[in-house]
Structure formats: structure tokens, C-alpha cells
Design a binder for this molecule. Structure first.
Ligand code: PMP
Length: 392
């Protein structure tokens, strides 16, 4: 029976990682993999997380099962950061732990599908897994253009998608630090989006995977909060894998804002049933560490300071690239300072991307996406010179 399966294309980014590893040139630069790197090129464990893990090791007296909802202390500790002071919006928001943001996106979409959703409007380019998950669930991704050629967000395309949506359609929005473009909606854009969603009754799925890595913890969710204030119901997928550096520990949460408390319980019972049938229970360790870090004022301060440092470093790299614009004509690097987070897409063609790899040992995704955090004092000069070289 299994011989009927057809082999699937290898993940392009994983192939790139292998090529990079095999490259023996000492000054090679990896801009492919989507993890934060320090100025020394490392992806260390946050010291706030190390501190929390030390306590976890001392205090944890059982690894017995929790339940499909995971560590509810973690789920609740995160809520004020996402939703603000009235973190349950008067008893209308609740959530559960998921294996990473991926698990949360998957759960949110599967839940909406149970409620009858079939089509999801999605600005492209997007995180490739959005389309993969939709395809795997048998839902339709309805694409629109996320960005304008000048490096700004294409608000008109999103509003047209919302205005033209059929009953039962959803729209998937990146809360902040858009992957791959780094192009976010402005606060004014978010107000317009919130009104359009309210006007048309389109169910939003808000995917927040980089809170704190764009403009600041509150700033990065201001748009999400505008939407939540306007619409009757919404789904939220959250990842702690970037902003707590927990990537392989797979830490995420799924939240739902319902019309009222009664509906909320029914929705959550469905989310629980779906989680039970999919992964049964999420992995505990990373979420427990986040819970400990967020419940302890000293560890929380340490976490926020680390996050500030990461954000400042990435803004600094963006500024340095922006002023290099004149050396690489046609790239519009100046727009990078307006954009947020770990990623940007450079308008390079396949030949230029190949030349960067072959002639300069610079590795980036075939889409032209670069990891801003892959650049630092020691390699940014080389990168800028190489860009000028391949775009001459
Ligand atoms: N959503 C977006 C937009 C992402 O970029 C990512 C991570 N690449 C995720 C969700 C999922 O993150 P996680 O690693 O926590 O599954």
C-alpha cells in the first residue's frame, strides 16, 4: 500500500542549510535559517530561560500527564502581554498550550474548518507553512498581494479581499514582523482593517510569532488589539519560540475570543477534542520555563532586557543596510528601516542569489529572504560589497 505514496520535494531551506554546512570558505554567511543570532553569530539560550530552567529542575516533582490544554499557568501568564490589562476581555478570551506557533495555527484552522470555514484569504508571500497547513487540511488559500513594490504594505489589496469575502471566509494576518517581508501594517492601517473585518464579519486568524522583536512588546500587538476591540470573534496563534529563544522546545499557545462566555466554553471543548486527536498533549518543558520566567519579576526583567537587546541589534543592522543603498542600485534598501523583525525580502533574481552563493559564499532563500540577524559587524561590510557586485 505505501508504495502508492509519491516522494515529496525536499524542503528548500533544509537543502540550503546542508549546502552552507558543506561550504569550506571561512567567511561564509548564513542568511537562510530563521533563528535570531547575536553579533557573534550564536543563538544562545536566554539567560532568563536558563534561570527559569534551573528553578524548574529544582522544583518539578512530577512529569505526570497534564492534559490537552497543557500548562495553563503558562497560557495565562502570557495573556496580559498579548491582550493587555483586561486580558480576558471580560471573560471572552481563553486559550490552551500548543506545540509551537505551528501547532496553534494548525489547531486554529482545523477548529474553524469544524465550524464550516473553507476559504482563507492570505497575503502572499507568507510563511510557506501557512499554505502547506491549509492544503493539508483541505482548505483553500485565497491569495492577495501583501506588499507594494516600494516596500510598504498593500492595504488596498487586503481591504478588497475582506470586502469581497464570501460568508464563512477567514483572513489570516501576521500580527507583527511579517515573515518573510518584514512589512507590517501601520497603526492607521490596522484601524482600517479592524473596521473592514467588523463590517464584513470575516473571521480573523491573527498569527503572532515575533512579539517584542519589531518595535516593542506593546507596539507589536497594537494592531491585533485594534482588531480584537472591533470584531465579535477571533482566533489567535502565538509562538514563544523566537521571543523566548525556545525553538526546539516547541512553545506556543492558541487563544480564542468568543462573542460571549457561553460560546467560549463550547469552542474550547472543540479545541480540546482536536488537540487530543492530534498531539494529545503539548510538550511541557519550554512552556513551564516561560511560566516561571513570567511569574518572577527578576526573570521577567531579564527577559525584557534580552528582548530589547535583540530588537536594537536588528534595527541597527537594518540602518546599516539602508545607508548602503547607494552601493547596490535598485534594491531599495532604505525601506528596510521601516520594516520589522527578523526578515526582509531583497528583490534579487535567481542568478544574483546564485552568484552571491557561488562567488561570495552568502546563503539566502531562493525567494530573496534574508535573516537580518545573520548580519553583524564582522560580515555586513562583505555582504554590502557582494550586493553591489551582483547588482552592477
Ligand atoms: N507563524 C509564523 C509567521 C512564523 O514565521 C513561524 C515560525 N517560523 C510560526 C508561525 C511558527 O513558529 P514555531 O516555530 O513556534 O512553530
Amino acid at each position: 500500500m505505501l508504495e502508492k505514496l509519491q516522494s515529496q520535494p525536499a524542503d528548500a531551506l533544509l537543502a540550503l542549510i546542508k549546502m552552507y554546512a558543506d561550504d569550506e570558505r571561512e567567511d561564509k554567511i548564513d542568511l537562510g535559517v530563521g533563528v535570531y543570532r547575536t553579533g557573534e553569530g550564536a543563538t544562545p539560550v536566554f539567560s532568563a530561560i536558563k534561570g527559569a530552567e534551573t528553578r524548574l529542575l529544582e522544583q518539578q516533582d512530577s512529569k505526570s500527564y497534564l492534559g490537552p490544554e497543557g500548562d495553563m499557568g503558562f497560557v495565562q501568564a502570557l495573556m496580559p502581554y498579548v491582550f493587555g490589562e483586561d486580558a480576558t476581555m471580560g471573560g471572552r478570551i481563553a486559550g490552551m498550550q500548543t506545540p509551537g506557533g505551528t501547532g496553534a495555527v494548525r489547531l486554529a484552522l482545523a477548529l474553524a474548518q469544524r465550524a464550516g470555514a473553507e476559504r482563507v484569504h492570505l497575503g502572499l508571500p507568507s510563511w510557506p507553512n501557512h499554505v502547506q497547513i491549509l492544503e493539508d487540511l483541505g482548505m483553500e488559500a485565497v491569495p492577495f498581494d501583501h506588499a507594494n513594490a516600494d516596500g510598504s504594505a498593500n492595504l488596498a489589496a487586503l481591504i478588497a479581499a475582506i470586502d469581497g469575502a464570501a460568508p464563512g471566509d477567514m483572513v489570516l494576518l501576521h500580527g507583527c514582523c511579517h515573515n518573510p517581508t518584514g512589512i507590517d501594517y501601520t497603526p492607521e492601517d490596522w484601524d482600517v482593517i479592524a473596521q473592514a473585518l467588523e463590517r464584513n464579519g470575516v473571521l480573523p486568524l491573527l498569527d503572532i510569532a515575533y512579539q517584542g522583536l519589531g518595535r516593542g512588546l506593546d507596539e507589536d500587538v497594537a494592531g491585533v488589539r485594534s482588531v480584537l476591540a472591533a470584531v465579535p470573534e477571533a482566533l489567535i496563534a502565538y509562538s514563544c519560540d523566537k521571543n523566548f529563544g525556545l525553538y526546539r522546545d516547541r512553545v506556543g499557545a492558541f487563544y480564542v475570543m468568543a462573542q460571549d462566555g457561553g460560546t467560549l466554553d463550547t469552542i474550547l471543548s472543540n479545541a480540546n477534542a482536536l488537540a487530543r486527536a492530534t498531539w494529545s498533549m503539548p510538550p511541557d518543558h519550554g512552556a513551564a520555563a516561560v511560566r516561571i520566567a513570567l511569574r518572577d519579576p527578576d526573570l521577567t526583567r531579564e527577559w525584557r532586557t534580552e528582548l530589547d537587546g535583540m530588537r536594537d541589534r536588528m534595527r541597527d543592522v537594518r540602518r546599516q543596510l539602508a545607508v548602503a543603498d547607494s552601493d547596490a542600485p535598485g534594491l531599495n534598501l532604505a525601506a528596510l528601516t521601516e520594516q520589522n523583525g527578523l526578515f526582509a525580502v531583497l528583490p534579487l533574481d535567481r542568478g544574483q542569489i546564485a552568484a552571491l552563493r557561488e562567488e561570495h559564499a552568502i546563503y539566502m532563500a531562493g525567494s530573496g529572504r534574508i535573516n537580518i540577524a545573520g548580519l553583524h559587524v564582522g560580515n555586513i561590510g562583505k555582504f554590502i560589497a557582494a550586493l553591489a557586485d551582483v547588482t552592477q
